[in-house]
Each structure stands twice: as structure tokens, then as C-alpha cells.
Design a binder for this molecule. Structure first.
Ligand code: AHG
Ligand code: MN
Ligand code: MN
Ligand code: MN
Length: 334
């Protein structure tokens, strides 16, 4: 049998998104494509720093604490600065919200554009120094008609986002993106410096065999969560128990859930009234991707994308993943 030649027709992220935007016709101006180009550059820049971290003294703490009371790692701050600089310079944004910045940044008039970006510059900080997968999460809103760009433009339900995604820095850099018509995954070809379409139209399997919770918090969990976890660990025959996988980087845990199915959860509990994950730049983008891939994202009782945020660093309980698995969890809340 003749050996297959390598493809000479690569679908880059930019080509793919542009195609999608052209389908929208006159409504598309190319601005979203340009904004996504800026985001791709930040992901490549952060990826090279993550890779070199150990060699250029980028591991460890920066010595500051963020608004959530977390100690910031050097890479948290560096990634934040990379994103703020690139997004401001893109000329396509009006409002930026970052996990690492107490207040939203309102872009000065000369650089202002029609989009707002909410982001977690580096997710999974606790894993950095061990070389375990980490990532960047982002969500994009369009400023509302007539608005000059203010905090009101991001205090909106996640269902109003126009795009959301993440880049996972692992054995390769993977960018997973939805602009509202399905989910696609792209892998960075380091030699080309381009994200290439490698995972077209990602769909979460309707049921999985994996659960992903920090069970170290079990003594604080509320009864519905305890009941659910018991049901998948001690199922009635002929069912078999689920496998546990928990990395502690939301990006990596959600990435696996999108590809393999199952359920990821970070519940509210007796210690953390609203859970740990932040609504705007963690829960919303991941809920958006999950739904676009055919899964469910809920607080247990409510669709995450319907929540109307009241503050930019607000938290919320998160359960997401395969439709049937998340439905089983929701039954425990009824
Ligand atoms: P970040 O590193 O951006 O602060 O986010 C950490 C989050 C998230 O990545 C992960 O799912 C969760 O914290 C892990 O928390 P625990 O260590 O409490 O399990
Ligand atoms: Mn943090
Ligand atoms: Mn995070
Ligand atoms: Mn972070």
C-alpha cells in the first residue's frame, strides 16, 4: 500500500474562524478574527514561557496576593501582563477582566474596540512548579449597543458570550474554541507557529466512566453531592464503579471531560458558600464550551449560563460534562 503523504492543505485556526465568519455574511467585519489572532499570540507567548519556566527562574511565588486572597505565582503575573498588553494593543477591546486584577480595565479611547474579554491568564497555578498541565481560559462579550464599554458589558449571563475557549499547555499547546456553533480543537505546530485544526466538532460522549472532584473536601460536601458520589462509587450490579481523575487544573480536567466524557465538579460546600471557581472567567467559558459540545453545565439546581453576575470576581458551584452523568447529579438535588 502506498504511504500517505503529509497534508498540504492545513486548516489553521485563523482560516477556520474566517471561514465561519464569512458564512455570517455582511454581519461579520473580521474584528472577532483579529481579536482571536491576538489571543493566539498570547497563548504562544505564554506557552514558550511555561516551557522555559524552570530554566529562566519563572517558577515560584511573585510575593503578592490577588483579590481572591491567593498567593500569585510569577507565571500568573507574567501571563496576565502578556494578555493585558496584547488585548489592549489589538484595538478590538473595551473592557478586560482578569483573575489577577481587582478592577476591570476600561480601555482608553484611542485603542477601544467592540469586544470585552474576561480571562484567567494562568489556570492551575498550583501545578506550575511540578510541570503538570496548566492553561489560559477566556470568554468574549460584545459591548452592548450604545455602550462605550463599561463594567455592565461584562456583568451579563454567560449565554450572551459570543465566543469562549481555553489553551492548555501540556505536551503540546491545545486551543479549544467555540464561537457559538460547535467546539473545535487546534494544536500548536511549534515549527509553523500556527494552531492547526486537529479536533473538529468536539462532542462530549452522552455518558462517561470518569468523575473529577476534589474529594479531599468530602467532609464539607452537602448531602446531594455525597449521595451522587456514593452512587457512582458503589453502584448496584451489574453497573461498575467510575474511575477517579482529578488534576487540579480546571483546564486539564475539563479538557479530558470534553474528550472522554464523565463529570467534573467543584461544588459549594460547608466551607465555601459559593464554591471556588470564578463565574466570569472560569465557569462561564467552560459552561459555554460544554453546552456547545452537547453536554450540561449546572450549579446543581440552575443552568450556569443563565446566572447574572453581580461582581466580576463572583464564584459559583460547577458541575459539567456528559449529559446523562450531569442529569444523574441533578436528580440528587431534586
Ligand atoms: P487558578 O490557578 O486560576 O487560581 O485556578 C485554580 C482552580 C482550578 O484550576 C481548579 O479546578 C481548582 O482551582 C482546584 O482547586 P483545589 O486545589 O481546591 O482542588
Ligand atoms: Mn489563582
Ligand atoms: Mn483558574
Ligand atoms: Mn489563574
Amino acid at each position: 500500500m502506498a504511504e500517505e503523504l503529509p497534508s498540504t492543505d492545513l486548516i489553521t485556526l485563523t482560516r477556520h474562524v474566517l471561514q465561519d465568519q464569512l458564512r455570517l455574511g455582511a454581519a461579520a467585519t473580521g474584528d472577532l478574527t483579529l481579536l482571536l489572532t491576538a489571543i493566539q499570540v498570547t497563548s504562544k507567548f505564554i506557552a514558550t514561557n511555561v516551557r522555559k519556566a524552570r530554566l529562566i527562574n519563572l517558577v515560584g511565588l511573585a510575593g503578592e496576593t490577588n483579590i481572591q486572597g491567593e498567593e500569585q505565582k510569577k507565571l500568573d503575573i507574567l501571563s496576565n501582563d502578556i494578555m493585558v498588553n496584547a488585548l489592549r494593543a489589538s484595538g478590538k477591546t473595551s473592557v478586560l477582566v482578569s483573575e489577577e486584577l481587582e478592577d476591570a480595565i476600561i480601555i482608553e479611547e484611542k485603542n477601544r474596540g467592540k469586544y470585552c474579554v474576561v480571562f484567567d491568564p494562568l489556570d492551575g497555578s498550583s501545578n506550575i512548579d511540578a510541570g503538570v498541565n496548566i492553561g489560559t481560559i477566556f470568554g468574549i462579550y460584545k459591548v452592548r449597543d450604545g455602550s462605550k464599554g463599561g463594567i455592565e458589558d461584562v456583568l451579563r449571563p454567560g449565554s450572551e458570550m459570543v465566543a469562549a475557549g481555553y489553551t492548555m499547555y501540556g505536551s503540546s499547546a491545545n486551543l479549544v474554541l467555540s464561537t457559538g456553533s460547535g467546539v473545535n480543537g487546534y494544536t500548536l505546530d511549534a515549527a509553523l507557529g500556527e494552531f492547526i485544526l486537529t479536533h473538529p466538532d468536539i462532542k462530549i460522549p452522552p455518558r462517561g466512566k470518569i468523575y473529577s472532584f476534589n474529594e479531599g473536601n468530602s467532609m464539607y460536601f452537602h448531602p446531594p453531592v455525597t449521595t451522587y458520589l456514593k452512587s457512582i462509587k458503589y453502584p448496584a450490579a451489574p453497573k461498575t464503579p467510575y474511575s477517579a481523575r482529578y488534576i487540579g487544573s480546571m483546564v486539564a480536567d475539563v479538557h479530558r471531560t470534553l474528550l472522554y466524557g464523565g463529570i467534573f465538579g467543584y461544588p459549594d460546600d460547608k466551607k465555601s458558600k459559593n464554591g471556588k471557581l470564578r463565574l466570569l472567567y472560569e465557569a462561564f467559558p467552560m459552561a459555554f464550551l460544554t453546552e456547545q459540545a452537547g453536554g450540561i453545565a449546572t450549579t446543581g439546581t440552575k443552568r450556569i449560563l443563565d446566572i447574572v453576575p453581580t461582581g466580576i470576581h463572583e464564584r459559583c458551584p460547577v458541575f459539567l460534562g456528559s449529559k446523562e452523568d450531569v442529569q444523574d447529579l441533578m436528580k440528587c438535588y431534586e
